[in-house]
Design a protein around this ligand. Structure first.
Ligand SMILES: *Cc1c(COP(=O)(O)O)cnc(C)c1O
Length: 405
């Protein structure tokens, strides 16, 4: 800090993170949008009647999504758990207070097999937390309407449909068909689309409850945004008198999420797209000549209006595997984070949404430096994929040892 002022982070000494990975919980999710920061700032020093605050959040969420009502939860995962709870209990306070004891309640949650994914924690667990039971429909890459129909019955509380790059994209039922199958069985549909830009589509198709994340592309504070049918949203909100208490949203989260949502609705998507395209072009210019790297622009997997840069590594030419490149970038100072979920294909993805031009430059320089070093020293091609994954897991289990960060 300059001018002798105290560092507001006190004793925390954090490695600078250059984030070319996207909005990841493990990296602090997002940088707060100015409008969200101002709202958090405005409410943090005062009290507020939370029912009133959440009722106004409901109106704002309804306007943004086209739903009847909405509320703010601790995060999107909490929104899924409380949505399942709501489908099980309705507005019955006695039932709400006895969860996860689901004795006598409909508690089966039907989910397509290819939707049972892990986004840092397993979706299944968000269903079982409030006392729900997972009923898997179909197989990983093949689900027909008859699988869903067969899985639903008198004990079904809801169908949970996940829209995400994590789910198996091939062979599953798309949202309109899943909603039709659930409606034919009289079953409510909860849609987990935490990271999807489209805030209105699922509601327009007839989804009963839709869950978004406030701290991903919207750049709000950590929170979930739930939108949907008025009675179900009310039942979600009432869970705060039960298991919701263990995952509550602060007044700062509610005010900040609403402000982020409203700022998001006002944003200029063309300007954002141009900024991101400039970053992609900068990366292409810096990395085009690197031996062993092939660069390709790739559209988002689920149709979000985002284009990322794919780096395909030819290990023998580059002198290291894609996972070694990601690993060395993450261990640098600054730490450069890239998307490493497809490294088994020798692919790394750079996401332009979470950094500015200066940081994009830093990320490119770091990649060039790691590659140059691997060529000069010849210490790449040393870790198999299995060894890298085991080392990562072992590191996680050594937390809070300093070497795990
Ligand atoms: C990120 C994500 C979540 C978790 O969201 P949080 O708000 O961090 O709890 C849940 N579902 C999907 C599909 C996600 O992408």
């Amino acid at each position: 800090m300059t001018g002798g002022r105290e560092d507001p982070l006190g004793a925390l000494r954090l490695t600078r993170v250059v984030n070319a990975a996207g909005t990841m919980t493990a990296l602090g999710a997002s940088r707060l949008a100015p409008a969200a920061a101002a709202a958090v700032d405005a409410i943090r020093g005062r009290f507020a009647a939370i029912d009133q605050l959440q009722a106004q959040a409901s109106a704002a969420i309804a306007r943004a999504t086209g739903a009847e009502a909405g509320c703010v939860t601790g995060c999107a995962a909490a929104g899924v758990t409380l949505g399942v709870a709501a489908a099980m209990t309705g507005a019955d306070l006695a039932r709400i207070e006895r969860l996860p004891d689901a004795e006598g309640l409909p508690n089966e949650v039907v989910i397509q097999a290819g939707h049972r994914v892990h986004y840092g924690a397993p979706v299944d667990q968000m269903i079982t937390l409030p006392g729900g039971r997972v009923v898997s429909a179909g197989s990983a890459a093949r689900v027909e309407a008859y699988h869903l129909a067969d899985a639903m019955g008198p004990r079904t509380a809801a169908l949970l449909h996940v829209v995400s790059h994590h789910v198996v994209q091939e062979g599953g039922l798309q949202l309109p068909d899943a909603i039709a199958a659930a409606q034919a069985a009289g079953v409510p549909v909860i849609v987990d689309m935490a990271a999807e830009y489209d805030l209105r589509g699922a509601i327009a198709l007839g989804a009963d409850l839709v869950v978004h994340s406030a701290h991903k592309f919207m750049a709000g504070p950590t929170a979930g945004i739930v939108a949907g049918r008025r009675d179900l949203v009310r039942a979600v909100y009432l869970q705060n008198r039960g298991i919701g208490r263990a995952m509550k949203a602060s007044k700062e989260a509610v005010a900040g999420a609403v402000a982020a949502l409203q700022a998001w609705m006002r944003r200029d998507p063309a300007a954002a797209g141009m900024r991101e395209t400039e970053i992609l072009a900068l990366w292409e210019a810096r990395l085009a000549a690197q031996p062993g790297l092939t660069l390709t622009r790739r559209a988002d997997w689920t149709g979000n209006p985002v284009t990322r840069l794919r780096l395909t590594v030819a290990p023998e030419t580059a002198g290291l595997h894609a996972w070694e490149l990601a690993d060395r970038l993450a261990k640098g100072d600054p730490m450069v984070a890239v998307r490493d979920d497809l490294v088994e294909r020798q692919e790394i993805y750079l996401d332009p949404t979470t950094l500015d031009a200066g940081e994009a430059e830093t990320a490119a320089e770091a990649i060039v430096a790691v590659l140059a070093n691997a060529r000069a020293v010849g210490d790449g091609l040393a870790l198999t994929l299995g060894q890298w994954r085991r080392a990562r897991m072992a590191g996680a289990l050594r937390w809070p040892s300093a070497e795990t960060v």
